[in-house]
Design a protein around this ligand. Structure first.
Ligand code: PGA
Length: 254
């Protein structure tokens, strides 16, 4: 399934955890454990920790990401951070549309599209999250839900810009719950996302698209999930806060 065309990416999503000092400590623990990684390794940290993460990862292959960005370049948006501000620090990645932002912060498909546009314009690589609720899976509308999220987020994205998009499939019912999609369930959705990308762009573009799985991925289940033909890495929440667990997932992706 052309999996060799894609380099898997393991990204930690630290959410609202760690101070700058704790960030340096955790990254310094992770560094020696992932130094031979064949896959991409990214740590996405709170805005207040970006500088500490950049300093701690300097001279390594570990990339730093933010967990969100605003859609506007600048202006009267008290408390917000623009994509250009993030990029100007030297940060390479940004997570957009995480379920917790859709749920707690009123994120919609349209604001996701606009944030994606801003991030791409600023030169960032986007980790774009999509996923269905439990009742949506039970109603057999998983792909309708995900198809809508993907199509709206990618509207206006060029084939060239698609190279700076990673899609993270995160079934909402699996995030932070300890419930993991089976490898087959996750691969089925990732494969459907790839087919959708082929219809929106070209098959060659879709074959290059990195599509992660996220949702209670851990050191134990990562190997099976990552062996699937359409799963190109993971977006890791809880397990990314522990250097041994995170590095074990990175090793599973190698
Ligand atoms: P989890 O979180 O690994 O703790 O389930 C994943 C995510 O929210 O990105």
């Amino acid at each position: 399934m052309n999996k060799q065309l894609r380099r898997p990416v393991i990204a930690g999503n630290w959410k609202m955890n760690k101070t700058p000092a704790e960030t340096s400590v955790l990254i310094n623990e992770i560094k020696p454990l992932v130094k031979d990684a064949q896959c991409g390794v990214v740590v996405c940290v709170p805005y207040t920790n970006l500088q500490a993460a950049l300093e701690a990862t300097a001279g390594t292959d570990i990339k730093v990401g933010a967990e969100n960005c605003h859609w506007a370049k600048s202006g009267a948006f008290t408390g917000e951070i623009s994509a250009e501000m993030i990029k100007s620090l030297g940060v390479a990645y940004v997570i957009i549309a995480h379920r917790e932002r859709r749920h707690y912060s009123g994120e919609t498909d349209l604001t996701v599209r606009d944030r994606t546009r801003a991030a791409l314009d600023a030169g960032l690589t986007v980790i774009l999250c999509v996923g269905e609720l439990l009742w949506e899976r039970e109603q057999n509308i998983t792909m309708e839900v995900i198809g809508k999220q993907v199509k709206i987020a990618l509207s206006g994205v060029s084939a060239d810009e698609l190279k700076r998009i990673i899609i993270a499939y995160e079934p909402v019912w699996a995030i932070g719950t300890g419930l993991t999609a089976t490898a087959e369930q996750a691969d089925e959705v990732n494969g459907a996302i790839r087919s959708l990308a082929a219809s929106l762009f070209t098959q060659a573009d879709a074959d290059r698209l990195v599509i992660q799985y996220g949702g209670s991925m851990n050191a134990k289940n990562a190997g099976e999930l990552l062996s699937m033909p359409n799963i190109d890495g993971g977006l890791i929440g809880g397990a990314s806060l522990n250097a041994d667990d995170f590095s074990a997932i990175v090793k599973a992706a190698n």
